[in-house]
Design a protein around this ligand. Structure first.
Ligand SMILES: Cc1cc2nc3c(=O)[nH]c(=O)nc-3n(C[C@H](O)[C@H](O)[C@H](O)COP(=O)(O)OP(=O)(O)OC[C@H]3O[C@@H](n4cnc5c(N)ncnc54)[C@H](O)[C@@H]3O)c2cc1C
Length: 386
C-alpha cells in the first residue's frame, strides 16, 4: 500500500466527483422531498461501472476492491449524494456472494448488482439482540430440501427497493450460544416475508424496515455459502460494511465543510473581515479537516488490508476507520452548523439534516461503544465486562 493515492484511484475520484457534481445536493434534496429514490444517479453510476467496481470482472464488475468502492461512496457523498445502498448492495451482499456464493448465485445476482439493475438489502439486526449479534434468534430449519425461516429483524435499510434481502440467521441445531450464522437470499415477495416501515428522523431516500419472517419457505439454493462456515463468511461482508460506512461519513463531513468554509470566508459582520479571520471559527474548522484526513488514511489502510485478503488485520483496521470517520464527521457537521449561526439551521443551507446523517455513522452498523469494546479486548487485551 502506498501512503499517497495511486494515479488510477485519483482518476476514479475525479471522475466520480464529476458525476456527483452533475447531480449534486439539489438533486438529492428534490428526490427526498418528492419521496422518490435516486434512480437516475444509481443507474448512471451503474452504467459507468462505479456500482460494480469492486465485483469480479467475469460477472460484470470492474475487478477492483473495496478501496475503489469506498472512493465512489466518499465522492458521491461529498457532492451531496451519499448513497446508503452502496454499503448494503455491492459492499456487503455483492462481496459475500462473490466470495462464497455458488456459481449459479453469482451468475444470477452479480451482473445486476454491478450494472445497477438489481439491489439487495442486508438484515442482521434484531429487536432483542441489537449490538449483541450472538443473541439473534432468526432460525432456519430444514424441511426436505427446503429451508424454513422464522424470526424478526429491525432497522433493515432499503427492503422496499431491493429485489431480495440477505438475511442472517442461525440453524436450528445451533439455536443458542455463540452465533454460527448462515445467510439466506430472501426475494422481496416471498410469502411470509413481511415489512413495516419505521418512521425515522433522517433526510434520505432509503427507508428502514422492521421485518417479520413467518415460516418463510426457501429453496435449498437460497443458502449462501456453507452453513458450517461460522462467523468467517459473515465478517467477509461486515468488514467492507465498516469501511464503506467510514467512506459515507467522510463524504458527509466534507459536504458540510464545503458549505461552512465558504461561509466563513465570505460572511462579514465586523469591520475586520469575514468571520473566518477569527480563530474561534477557523481553528475548529481546521481541526475538523485534519481529523477527516486522518480518518481517510485509516480507511485506506483498512481497504488495502481487506483487498489483499488479510481478513484478520482488516477487521481491526475497519473498526478503527469506522470509528475515526464517524467521530470526524460528527464533529465536522457540528462545527459547520455552528459556523453558519442561524443559517446553520435553515433549509436553504441544508446543514441541519446532516446532523442526523452523521450520527448514523456513530450508531451503525456497529456503535462507537462496541468498537471501543473490540479495541479494548482484541487489541489491548483488556478483560471483558459482558
Ligand atoms: C439509519 C440506519 C440504518 C440501518 N440499516 C441497517 C441495515 O440495513 N441492516 C441491519 O441489519 N441493521 C441496520 N441498522 C441497525 C444498526 O446496525 C443498529 O442500530 C446498531 O447495530 C445498534 O444496535 P441497536 O440499535 O439495537 O442498539 P443497542 O444494541 O440497543 O445499543 C444501544 C446503546 O447501548 C450501547 N451499548 C450496547 N451494548 C454495549 C456494551 N456492551 N458496552 C457499551 N455500550 C453498549 C450502544 O453503543 C448504543 O449506544 C441500521 C440503523 C440505522 C440507524
Amino acid at each position: 500500500m502506498s501512503i499517497t493515492e495511486p494515479q488510477d484511484h485519483q482518476d476514479l475520484r475525479a471522475a466520480v466527483s464529476a458525476l456527483g457534481a452533475k447531480y449534486g445536493r439539489a438533486y438529492f434534496t428534490q428526490v427526498v422531498n418528492e419521496g422518490r429514490h435516486t434512480d437516475e444517479l444509481w443507474s448512471e453510476a451503474g452504467k459507468l461501472g462505479y456500482l460494480g467496481v469492486s465485483l469480479p470482472e467475469e460477472y460484470g464488475g470492474g475487478g477492483g476492491g473495496i478501496a475503489e468502492l469506498s472512493i465512489v461512496l466518499e465522492e458521491l457523498g461529498a457532492a451531496g449524494c451519499p448513497l446508503l445502498m452502496l454499503i448494503v448492495t455491492p459492499a456487503i451482499t455483492g462481496t459475500v456472494i462473490a466470495r462464497f456464493g455458488t456459481e449459479s448465485q453469482k451468475r444470477e445476482w452479480l451482473p445486476g448488482l454491478a450494472d445497477g439493475s438489481r439491489k439487495m438489502a442486508f438484515g442482521i439486526t434484531e429487536p432483542d439482540a441489537g449490538s449483541n449479534s450472538h443473541r439473534i434468534t432468526t432460525t432456519a430449519r430444514r424441511d426436505g430440501d427446503d429451508w424454513i425461516l422464522t424470526g424478526r429483524k429491525v432497522f433493515v435499510s432499503g427492503v422496499d427497493i431491493a429485489d431480495a434481502t440477505l438475511i442472517v440467521s442461525r440453524t436450528e441445531d445451533a439455536r443458542t450460544g455463540r452465533l454460527k450464522p448462515c445467510l439466506f437470499i430472501v426475494p422481496r415477495d416471498t410469502p411470509g416475508f413481511q415489512r413495516t416501515m419505521i418512521p425515522m428522523e433522517l433526510f434520505g431516500p432509503e427507508k428502514q424496515f422492521e421485518l417479520v419472517l413467518d415460516e418463510v419457505r426457501l429453496p435449498a439454493d437460497a443458502l449462501v455459502g456453507d452453513e458450517d462456515a461460522g462467523l468467517f463468511q459473515l465478517f467477509a461482508g461486515l468488514n467492507p460494511e465498516r469501511i464503506m460506512t467510514a467512506a459515507m461519513a467522510l463524504g458527509i463531513g466534507r459536504l458540510a465543510m464545503g458549505v461552512s468554509v465558504e461561509y466563513a470566508r465570505t460572511r462579514q459582520v465586523w469591520k475586520g473581515g469575514p468571520i473566518g479571520v477569527h480563530q474561534a471559527i477557523a481553528h475548529p474548522l481546521a481541526q475538523a479537516h485534519v481529523e477527516l484526513e486522518l480518518a481517510r488514511l485509516m480507511m485506506q489502510k483498512a481497504a488495502a488490508l481487506y483487498d489483499s485478503g488479510d481478513d484478520a488485520a482488516a477487521g481491526e483496521a475497519a473498526n478503527m476507520a469506522k470509528y475515526a470517520a464517524a467521530e470526524a464527521a460528527v464533529k465536522a457537521v457540528d462545527q459547520s452548523v455552528h459556523t453558519l449561526g442561524g443559517n446553520g439551521l435553515t433549509k436553504e443551507f441544508g446543514l441541519a439534516q446532516l446532523i442526523t446523517a452523521s450520527r448514523v455513522a456513530r450508531i451503525a452498523p456497529v456503535s462507537r461503544e462496541m468498537i471501543l469494546n473490540y479495541i479494548s479486548h482484541q487489541t489491548l487485551g483488556l478483560p471483558k465486562s459482558y
